[in-house]
Ligand binder design. Structure first.
Ligand code: COI
Length: 354
């Protein structure tokens, strides 16, 4: 018998759906009625359960709180015009979750729990999927070391949870970003390519400093020389220089973004010149000097495509030209949106429909 043959579902007795203002979703404001929970102990995954979303009780000695074995994912569900639901690129997100878990010495969550469990959860909360342009049901699978023992060790117990919530795009305004050369997010051989909690916690302080200086996000540079762009805040960074879409190649210090991958694939489909190559800070400065940089943006599941209006480099604010609807970033974004809403052909098999 499969783990997910019978996922027990305990329905909420009082839906919170009437409290949602679907015209003002924001990002991270609302959580849907139910969550999936699945525990791992004694080398075995237990049967997953769907229960009303709510608090969980953990011991202060829970290993994840001390030593940071905690990994998450972020993906999105869409409702098509014919009523079907699409879990966009679910397998790509599952593969990345496995890689992150491996890097953090955590056991792989079974595919049937991730995929079938997620499908069942989204079915239960399908009325939470928004249909307004640019909105979606954001899905947050997470897993943490749940063993209650404060000795420094790899946990023997884990808790896997999936919850969801309706969202709009994470950023509503073009961003001002600051090239960061004092602090680093990730180094060669570190955990930068894993979607682990500590990467985000470690980014807060430099990001807060950037915010105090009037910027929204940082543009991270490499840890060794601070010469090359890595990522922007919680997104991959992309630029259009000399008409070519460029983005740093993935590495062990850059997260392999699923949106990044989708946009690069679509650039190829649309005949847009593109290249994954190191982008140096000097190259950006030079491109501003010669007006050859026409677009800069962040790409991520939550952000989708987040236009960058200003890049601060070594004491100077460089402003990007005003963009119009025909900008490469919007061509790519619109194409991706059309595919995942079922309005364009899904030739890469990215949609998981039910
Ligand atoms: C995402 O883009 O989905 C992320 O996980 C980044 C952020 C919201 C933490």
């Amino acid at each position: 018998m499969e783990l997910t043959d019978e996922i027990s579902v305990q329905h909420t007795t009082k839906s919170r759906l009437p409290e949602v203002d679907f015209n003002k979703l924001g990002f991270g404001t609302y959580v849907s009625d139910h969550m999936l929970i699945c525990n791992y102990a004694q080398g075995q995954w237990q049967a997953p359960r769907i229960i009303p979303f709510g608090d969980i009780t953990i011991s202060p000695t829970t290993l994840a709180l001390h030593y940071g074995q905690s990994v998450f994912e972020g993906l999105k569900a869409f409702k098509l015009d014919d009523g079907r639901i699409n879990l966009f690129r679910i397998h790509k997100h599952y593969e990345r979750m496995l890689r992150s878990l491996g890097r953090m010495c955590m056991p792989g969550v079974p595919e049937e729990v991730f995929v079938d469990g997620l499908r069942r959860l989204v079915e239960v909360d399908k009325d939470w999927i928004p249909t307004q342009a640019g909105s979606s049901l954001y899905i947050r699978p997470l897993m943490f070391a749940s063993e209650a023992k404060f000795g420094v060790k790899i946990s023997d117990e884990y808790c896997f949870i999936i919850f969801t919530g309706p969202v709009g795009p994470a950023f509503s305004q073009p961003l001002k970003v600051k090239v960061e050369t004092n602090y680093t997010r990730a180094a060669k051989g570190g955990t930068g390519s894993a979607k682990c909690a500590g990467n985000y916690g470690g980014a807060f302080y430099p990001t807060q400093k950037a915010k105090e200086a009037g910027y929204d996000q940082v543009l991270w540079t490499d840890a060794r020389e601070n010469k090359y762009i890595e990522e922007s805040g919680m997104m991959n960074a992309m630029f259009v220089i000399d008409g070519v879409l460029v983005t740093p190649p993935t590495s062990d210090s850059i997260l392999a973004g699923v949106t990044r991958d989708s946009l690069l694939t679509l650039a190829a489909d649309l005949g847009i010149p593109h290249e994954a190559k190191p982008v140096s800070v000097a190259e950006l400065e030079n491109a501003f000097r010669h007006n050859t940089i026409t677009e800069a943006f962040g790409a991520g599941t939550a952000a989708i495509v987040a236009p960058i209006a200003t890049i601060h480099i070594n004491g100077i604010d460089h402003h990007l030209p005003t963009i119009n609807d025909n900008a490469i970033m919007f061509q790519l974004k619109n194409k991706m949106e059309a595919i995942r809403k079922g309005q364009d052909e899904d030739k890469h098999g990215w949609n998981f429909l039910f």
